[in-house]
Design a binder for this molecule. Sequence first.
Ligand SMILES: Cc1ncc(COP(=O)(O)O)c(C=O)c1O
Length: 469
Amino acid sequence: MTLTARTLARRLQEWRGTGHAYLALANRIGLLITDGGISPGTRLPAERELAAVLGVSRSTVAAAYQELRSGDLIESTRGSGSVARLPRRAIPRPDPFGAELDLSKAAMPALSRLPEAYRAAADALPEALEDPGFDPIGRLDLRTAIADRYTHRGLETSPDQIMVTIGAQHAISLIARTLLHRGDRVLIENPTYSHAIDAFSEVGARMIGVAVDATDGWDELALEQVIGRGTPALAYLMPANHNPTGQSMPTLLLERTLADAATHGTLVVVDETMAELTLDGPNPLPAAVFGPAIMLGSVGKTLWGGIRVGWIRAEAPVIHTLVRARFAGDLGTPVLEQLVVRELLPHFDDILDERIQWLRAGRAHLLDRLARDFPQWQVPPPHGGLTTWVGLGAPVSTQLVIAARSRGLTITAGPRFSMDGAFDRFLRIPYSNPIGHTDAALDVLGEVWDAVTARPGAVAAVDELAAVV
Ligand SMILES: Cc1ncc(COP(=O)(O)O)c(C=O)c1O
């Protein structure tokens, strides 16, 4: 991609500070690169053009580019201009082997009535025991209940448009390995759900990021340009309660994006895992009401992550393709779990009320504690989902996560939510845990923050960035 001078100027917004213009310009462009607003590999405008649009001298832009070059944030080659880059560094993954305190997962403890639903499912089990017990599309009674739920939410759906999966992650990975070819371009939001990045990387897709900001939402122009000019084979979007920012896409933008994608032959996959967890206001309508999209759902964020039941909603021929491809990886979703979900789906509106109350309380508590203990962090209040996307004010997320691990806390570093290592100034913090757990984890995070920011380089970084942000 090439950034025009006009587009870059628009993204820079208010970049001038009190000090040297070239430094302010370099800092602002550098922040866009490290925070995912400009993806590595993007060509920056020529110095002369940018100078003309910004109303500064060419030498100011040249000095800013030189500053970025020495910070390893752009690479310039004679004849082909300056290209954004991010210094390569190892990004730690959350520790899957049982840390004492875990903030790496965005999920609630099980719904209180879940044991009761498992008992009812066990009572209903004999009706299923006559069959061989595995089938790749899922039980008809559950597919009917899922279809009815979509219809209830405003999207007419029949059971042959539904396939039951082992959670939404299974659905993403099945779609990636079935509908994509090595080298295909995939539009993803930046930041996005980290294991979707894993699934697309695994099949050799080339990802193009479109920035989503926790306050301003989607970069509309980039969305339009990537679909129009990048012609991605697939776009993976979370328009309702986006993970990790909690943003929801305005209906008009969603409608336009789905129409653009249809025009350019881009398959849209909408992940609605969090869509029914809007904390302020009503839940949005299912995305496919506004245009063609394959949709993913799951009970992992509403009933319990341990149930491992999700689904795909698509037109019947797509479902057939996915069902045929499933056999290479697994042969079906466990029956008892399907019966549990079938038990609970008819009561979903009440269940959501209970879960939303839990999340509202968790959010209020987390926002209070962050304001009290970490006043220097920027915490845009999320309106949905299970997490806050916190701005740390300095690129120390990776350091913080590594230091936390040695004190028994696992948490995901900001760069794990990007395909190219951006977002070291950010940390995703969930408010879905029991309050005691959140408090204990924040106590550790506080100690770790003090230790990391006490290092001479880190303090300087905090001060320097505070001056330009
Ligand atoms: C956006 C998103 N999609 C999918 C998943 C995976 O869901 P499941 O537990 O159903 O596999 C998650 C879980 O964190 C998620 O946040």
